[in-house]
Ligand binder design. Structure first.
Ligand code: ADP
Length: 264
């Protein structure tokens, strides 16, 4: 049986006593080493979920358990060690003056030995295909390269889960593809849970499971294939099913129709 990694148990959240609830009785489980995509239109509550997973916010109702630890003010630092987050704007995530320094920074804070750091930096930069940019200043990189370095910096400190919150939203299609390829390679090679948060249905194709949010509630939870089957309902909640998925589905139906045609 798969081990639970993140559990949301009847979580409700609002940004203030007078504010509306932005998450309303949300429950789901994310298992160890699983890739889950969380999708939903703008304002459906996705980023709030990401912030709750990292202890940047705490729910007013319900409970969040990460790796067996209930998330609260006392446990938040333990929780944050296990959760790596990549945000939308690549420029806000750099602390080092070179790619190498940036990856080293988090490791220094965690007390990694010097020799271990050198090997680890090479290893994680190779994992994101940025090993040729060791001495490059981060501001000289493209948006996609910056996000890959941000991912490498997190990988270096061995998180249990990597959360990408709209991490491709500011990138061009090439940069977007690079990130999706990188994270799928990482997911395959490492024992790590991956959560990709997006409003773009094209980015959920490779995930094992999809959680669809709508107006602060879990609207559906299924495999990408089963989610895409609900294309008309998805459109009603502001989500467009990618053309490729529609085409594949229509070709399949056509195939069935042809097979059922009497041969005369
Ligand atoms: P998503 O990531 O799906 O776009 P968010 O979690 O960012 O959704 O937002 C959910 C709701 O919470 C939206 O209605 C948004 O306006 C509101 N919201 C987000 N951040 C704040 C904040 N800091 N203060 C008040 N309301 C907020």
């Amino acid at each position: 049986m798969r081990e639970c990694f993140i559990e949301f148990r009847n979580v409700s959240f609002r940004y203030g006593d007078e504010q509306p609830w932005v998450l309303d009785d949300v429950s789901f489980t994310i298992y160890k080493d699983e890739w889950v995509a969380i999708i939903g239109h703008n304002g459906s509550g996705k980023s709030t979920i990401a912030k709750l997973m990292n202890g940047l916010l705490f729910p007013q109702k319900g409970e969040i358990i990460i790796n067996g630890i209930p998330v609260n003010e006392q446990t938040v630092w333990d929780v944050r060690k296990q959760v790596g987050m990549v945000f939308q704007n690549p420029d806000n995530q750099f602390v080092g003056t070179t790619v190498q320094d940036d990856v080293a920074f988090g490791m220094e804070n965690r007390g990694f030995a010097r020799e271990e750091m050198v090997n680890r930096i090479d290893e994680v930069l190779q994992a994101v295909r940025m090993e040729d940019y060791l001495l490059t200043e981060p501001h000289r990189l493209s948006g996609g390269q910056k996000q890959r370095v941000a991912i490498a910096s997190l990988l270096a400190i061995n998180p249990e889960v990597l959360i990408l919150d709209e991490a491709t939203a500011m990138l061009d299609p090439k940069g977007r593809k690079e990130i999706m390829r990188t994270v799928s390679e990482i997911q395959e090679k490492n024992e790590i849970s991956l959560i990709t948060i997006t409003h773009d249905l094209e980015e959920v194709v490779q995930a094992e499971r999809v959680i669809v949010m709508n107006s602060g509630k879990v609207w559906a939870e299924a495999t990408p294939r089963d989610i895409f089957k609900q294309k008309d309902d998805l459109r009603k909640i502001g989500l467009d099913v990618p053309f490729v998925a529609v085409l594949a589905d229509e070709l399949k139906q056509l195939d069935i129709m042809i097979k059922n045609e009497p041969l005369n």
